[in-house]
Design a protein around this ligand. Structure first.
Ligand code: ATP
Length: 463
């Protein structure tokens, strides 16, 4: 296996070679912080989103929402994003690259508090200037640290000079808060209930990095749970347990997942934990599970003037529901699954790269090969089996491949993580001896009768 630091490069190269992920605007030299997803990236992404969504839908009291990316600017004033959502930017005076001052400090073992003011972080930065090196050019010449707001703006709906720019959403959660009353008023949900949403978010990240880990355009899967304060802490613990257990469904090794409590809570938060994953470049946040108190609804009530309170039958009083949030990125989850699956090993004396996805996450579940490509009877039989498998797994989740020798076909499927390859040979046709099924991880082949094929695969994929 490669050194840890090389693993990410190998994953990036594999993702491009096999059609998972391409650098955004690549033929124009790229566009920082964006990536485009190819056929297997789309499938993997869909598996991630579908698993998250179905886990949320398992709760009878969770409503789905798809709110717009653009909102009234007041939403972001109410949420505090226009003033308090910034990262400390510092420019290298030598190579002019833009860096996060807190990341530079972290690299020399100094933890900058997220709540620090511009002045405070400048003081720490100045005191350690001698030890701080630009990661791009190695020089030590930096300018002033400036707090840079992360919200991206757009001219949507702007026609005159004095019309205001609008914000692209920096998180999907605000769309949930501003629709909380709409969902409640449908009459189908009552407190406690949750609203779950998957959607794009945009942040002017100073240094997008580590592939899908930190992008400027990314996708979030967020659930906000509205609850009476007297029940909130107990239910917060239940959500923490549930969210950690969820990663078993994705086939992630639980030893690589860790809890980290926030050292410095934002003033309104009651408690905040992150689930971290051991990425090849370090142990970093994957998902946040936060008990946010009544801050969000109180702010939106204040800024919109709309009553967002609920009525408590027990005490016959009005109150603002508290919010428990679970928030995770689709892209970060994909990157975790790629890191988890990526292996270099040897099979039959040959080195190979293999993605050992859990079968439910694999973009392609099964590939079908006729042993030879110039024998119509093999091709016809293989296509017949291929078509029947497409009906079971969906058309994009089954692949037909008659290109090159069988060994090459296995390598290609190993690299996209296909758990099973089915080969149709002369014994299938002439002697009715069924097909061979080759297992991605062990390389072992088994003969299975045609009649048992679907049951056999189904059992393996579900186990
Ligand atoms: P970080 O500290 O890594 O910047 P954050 O604390 O700002 O993350 P949140 O605002 O809590 O992140 O966002 C919730 C989730 O959204 C994160 O746990 C992560 O999975 C995802 N996410 C946040 N920013 C990005 C990004 N720039 N690119 C990809 N995913 C992101």
């Amino acid at each position: 296996m490669n050194k840890k630091s090389d693993v990410l490069d190998s994953i990036v190269a594999l993702c491009k070679r096999r059609g998972f992920v391409f650098a955004g605007s690549e033929i124009y030299g790229g566009f920082a912080g964006t990536y485009d997803f190819g056929p297997y990236g789309v499938e993997l992404r869909r598996n991630v989103v579908d698993t998250w969504t179905s886990t949320m839908k398992d709760h009878e009291n969770i409503a789905l929402l798809d709110s717009s990316i653009f909102t009234a600017s007041r939403v972001w004033e109410a949420s505090g994003h226009t003033t308090g959502f910034s990262d400390p930017l510092v420019v290298c005076n030598s190579c002019h690259s833009k860096q996060r001052a807190d990341h530079l400090l972290e690299a020399i073992g100094i933890k900058a508090d997220e709540k620090m003011t511009e002045t405070q972080i400048n003081e720490i930065f100045d005191a350690n200037r001698e030890r701080l090196k630009c990661p791009v050019c190695g020089e030590k010449k930096f300018g002033l640290v400036r707090a840079k707001n992360l919200l991206a703006t757009s001219t949507l709906g702007k026609f005159e000079e004095d019309d205001q720019d609008v914000y692209l959403r920096g998180e999907t959660a605000q769309g949930i808060y501003i629709n909380y009353k709409n969902i409640l008023d449908t009459g189908f949900y009552s407190i406690p209930f949750g609203i779950a949403q998957v959607g794009k978010a945009f942040r002017n990240e100073i240094s997008p990095r580590q592939f899908l880990f930190r992008k400027r355009e990314f996708e979030q899967m967020e659930m906000q749970y509205f609850i009476h304060p007297r029940e909130a802490l107990r239910v917060y613990e239940e959500w923490r347990t549930e969210r950690m257990a969820y990663y078993q469904k994705l086939g992630v090794n639980k030893d690589k997942l860790h809890w980290k409590r926030h050292d410095n809570l934002v003033f309104y938060a009651k408690d905040a934990w992150d689930i971290q994953y051991e990425f090849p470049f370090g142990t970093e946040e994957l998902e946040g599970i936060h008990y946010r108190g009544d801050y969000d609804l109180t702010q939106h009530q204040k800024f919109s003037g709309v009553d967002l309170s609920a009525y408590d039958e027990e005490t016959k009083t009005k109150y603002i529901p508290h919010v428990i949030e679970t928030s995770v990125g689709v892209d970060r989850t994909m990157l975790m699954l790629l890191c988890e699956a990526y292996h270099e090993d040897e099979m039959n004396g040959e080195k190979r790269i293999v993605l050992r996805f859990a079968p439910n996450m694999a973009p392609v579940k099964v590939a079908v090969f006729p042993l030879l490509r110039n024998k119509p009877e093999l091709i016809n039989k293989a296509r017949e089996i291929y078509m029947s498998l497409r009906k079971v797994y969906g058309s994009s989740k089954v692949k037909f491949d008659d290109n090159g020798n069988i060994g090459k076909r296995y390598r290609r499927q190993d690299e996209i993580g296909t758990p099973f390859c089915v080969t149709i040979d002369f014994e299938t046709i002439e002697e009715g001896k069924g097909v061979t099924i080759r297992d991605r991880d062990s390389g072992q082949q088994e003969r299975v009768s045609e009649a048992d094929l679907i049951d056999f695969l189904q059992r393996k994929i579900e186990s």
